[in-house]
Design a protein around this ligand. Structure first.
Ligand SMILES: [Zn+2]
Length: 256
C-alpha cells in the first residue's frame, strides 16, 4: 500500500538532474531531433550499415553541439542502431547474419501477436485509421522511394498500435529499424523492406476480422521478406568493413 508514494517521489527528485547544460532532456531523448533524424535516415536506407556518423558533420547538419550529437549517438548505440568503436567513432550498426535471422524470428512472434490483438481491439476509429493508411500506400507514387520506404514500415507499426499494447508497440518500432539494417546489410541496398502487394491482403483480413487468415498472411509476408536476404555479403560491403576495422586490427596486432 505504501509502495506508490516513494516511487513517485523518487521519480520527481531525479528528473530535474537529467536536464543537462546543452538543453537535452534525457527523459525524451527518443523525441530528440538528432535521434529522430538518424532513425528516419536509417529506416529510409539513406544511411547504410557501416556508414560513419562523424560528430562534426552531424553537428553542422543539425545545427547543434558535438555534446548533443554524442548524447544522441550514445542513446542510439543503446538501441543497437549505432555502434561506437573506441578511437574510431560511431557507425550505423551492421547486424551479423545470426542476428538478422533472430530479428525475423522475433518479428514472427511479435507480429502474429500484434495482428491478433489488432483484430480483437478493432473499433470504428481503428478501422478508419487502417483504411486511411492502406489508401495512402495504394495511392503512393512509387517513384518517391524514400517516402514509400517509410510508409511500408508504418503499416507494421500501425498494426502494433491498433493492438493496444505499448510494450509490443515499442518492440515493433525497434524491430522495424533492425529489419531495415538487416535487409540493407544482406540484400541489395535501396530495396524496400516489404513487398508492396502483401499489405492490402493483410489489411483486408484485419478489417474482415479473419484472425487465422491475417496471422497466416502476416507470417507469409515476413517469410517472403526473410527469403530475400542471403548470408553472403557482396564485395563492396566487405571492403567497407575492412576499412572500418583496419585501424583497430592494426592496433590489436601491435598490442599483442
Ligand atoms: Zn510489410
Amino acid at each position: 500500500m505504501k509502495r506508490s508514494r516513494p516511487l513517485k517521489r523518487k521519480t520527481k527528485r531525479s528528473e530535474p538532474k537529467r536536464q543537462d547544460t546543452e538543453g537535452v532532456d534525457l527523459r525524451s531523448i527518443d523525441d530528440d531531433p538528432v535521434v529522430q533524424g538518424i532513425l528516419t535516415a536509417i529506416s529510409q536506407k539513406r544511411l547504410k550499415p557501416g556508414a560513419k556518423l562523424g560528430e562534426d558533420k552531424l553537428a553542422a547538419a543539425f545545427g547543434t553541439t558535438r555534446i548533443h550529437i554524442r548524447q544522441a549517438l550514445a542513446h542510439l548505440a543503446s538501441r543497437k542502431v549505432v555502434m561506437q568503436i573506441p578511437n574510431r567513432g560511431a557507425f550505423v550498426y551492421r547486424p551479423s547474419w545470426e542476428e538478422a535471422q533472430d530479428i525475423f524470428a522475433a518479428r514472427r512472434i511479435i507480429e502474429t501477436a500484434t495482428v491478433a490483438a489488432a483484430i480483437d481491439r478493432l473499433d470504428r476509429s481503428g478501422k478508419a485509421e487502417l483504411k486511411a493508411h492502406m489508401e495512402l500506400e495504394a495511392q503512393h507514387d512509387r517513384n518517391d522511394r524514400w517516402a514509400s520506404l517509410s510508409l511500408t514500415a508504418e503499416f507494421h507499426i500501425l498494426v502494433a498500435k491498433l493492438g493496444g499494447n505499448r510494450v509490443l508497440l515499442d518492440m515493433s518500432r525497434e524491430l522495424m529499424l533492425r529489419t531495415s539494417l538487416a535487409i540493407a546489410t544482406f540484400e541489395q541496398p535501396g530495396e524496400p523492406d516489404c513487398s508492396p502487394d502483401a499489405h492490402p491482403d493483410i489489411g483486408a483480413l484485419i478489417l474482415a476480422r479473419d484472425k487465422a487468415g491475417a496471422i497466416d498472411a502476416m507470417r507469409h509476408h515476413l517469410e517472403e521478406m526473410e527469403q530475400r536476404i542471403r548470408p553472403q555479403q557482396d564485395k563492396d560491403e566487405v571492403d567497407e568493413l575492412t576499412a572500418i576495422f583496419r585501424e583497430i586490427g592494426a592496433r590489436a596486432r601491435a598490442a599483442g
